[in-house]
Design a protein around this ligand. Structure first.
Ligand SMILES: NC(=O)c1ccc[n+]([C@@H]2O[C@H](COP(=O)([O-])OP(=O)(O)OC[C@H]3O[C@@H](n4cnc5c(N)ncnc54)[C@H](OP(=O)(O)O)[C@@H]3O)[C@@H](O)[C@H]2O)c1
Length: 268
């Protein structure tokens, strides 16, 4: 890292994104966040970051976020299943909400911020807008990309979230930019931004579990948002994580210090 390193966090107002921003500032990076909501970002980060207003679905809004960047960390996302975050336009009535859950194709067609728009098209747009001399593009993807025909991933992919994440991954890999792709399991610990059971129960790991990484999409389990954020930031300071795609879950007991260099180096 140099004093000139400036990291763009796309989705910096999200659960993982907020933690990424905090970790980057702690390590002395300059941070710019890409957000659709400047007021929310200003309140959240109290002038400690630069704010670029943009929407990954709209390529023309991204160029203003790109000058002088050294790295991009992309933590954008939406819900796997239809929700208000899909931004139905016009908003759905009660009957349409019912049919949205049984007919993935019709709900997708009416949604403005579905996984296909955010995780596939949005990520491709961000890749296309990225500076050619970028040091690293880090992407928060998901476990299950290569197991879409197996439970529970076949259910998770009912509305195409894993298909969309895979398209995002492919855009990054084929771009020629240096990259790291992190595939977490089901997110646990706050900030609680999902609409799932872990969020409902405010499930916590208590910081007791170790970090396990693997390749080939074979690991499953819960992953603390804190460790996803730690991995995003640690991988830009460890060259051994470049051009790596790995799952990240919490298992076993946590050592006093997580040795990220060893974790990244063991990935093949
Ligand atoms: N939940 C899980 O169990 C799970 C499992 C594996 C992987 N993941 C992935 O982990 C990542 C982080 O999850 P999270 O729960 O921390 O996410 P989150 O809280 O839902 O945050 C998503 C972020 O994406 C931004 N965003 C959404 N649409 C956008 C658009 N069109 N243009 C620009 N920004 C946009 C949101 O900003 P706004 O404030 O503007 O909406 C928000 O900052 C996501 O990529 C998610 O898919 C989640």
């Amino acid at each position: 890292m140099t004093s000139k390193d400036l990291v763009l966090v796309a989705g910096g107002t999200g659960g993982v994104g907020q933690l990424v921003v905090g970790k980057l500032l702690e390590k002395g990076f300059k941070v710019r966040i890409l957000t659709r909501n400047a007021a929310k970002a200003e309140e959240m980060f109290n002038q400690r970051v630069e704010i670029a207003v943009g929407d990954t679905r709209q390529s023309a809004t991204l160029s203003a976020a790109m000058p002088d960047l050294s790295h991009i960390i992309c933590c954008t996302g939406t819900t796997a299943f239809p929700s208000a975050r899909w931004e139905f336009d016009p908003p759905l009535n009660l009957i349409e909400w019912g049919t949205a859950f049984v007919n993935p194709k019709s709900s997708e067609a009416k949604a403005k911020n579905s996984p296909a728009r955010v995780d596939a098209q949005g990520v491709s747009n961000l890749v296309a807008a990225a500076p050619q001399n970028l040091k690293r593009f880090v992407f928060v993807s998901s476990c299950g990309i290569l197991r879409k025909d197996q439970l529970p991933f076949s259910i998770l992919n009912g509305f195409g979230v894993l298909d969309a994440k895979q398209k995002g991954e492919e855009a990054i890999i084929s771009s020629g930019l240096p990259y790291t792709i992190i595939r977490p399991g089901r997110l646990i610990d706050g900030p609680y931004t999902s609409y799932d059971l872990n969020t409902l129960l405010k499930a916590k790991t208590g910081g007791k579990y170790g970090v396990v990484v693997g390749t080939g999409d074979r690991l499953s389990g819960d992953t603390s948002r804190i460790d996803v954020a730690n991995a995003c930031v640690e991988c830009i300071v460890h060259p051994s994580s470049s051009e790596k795609i790995f799952e990240l879950v919490n298992q076993g007991s946590r050592p006093p210090v997580i040795d990220w260099e060893t974790l990244f180096s063991q990935l093949v």
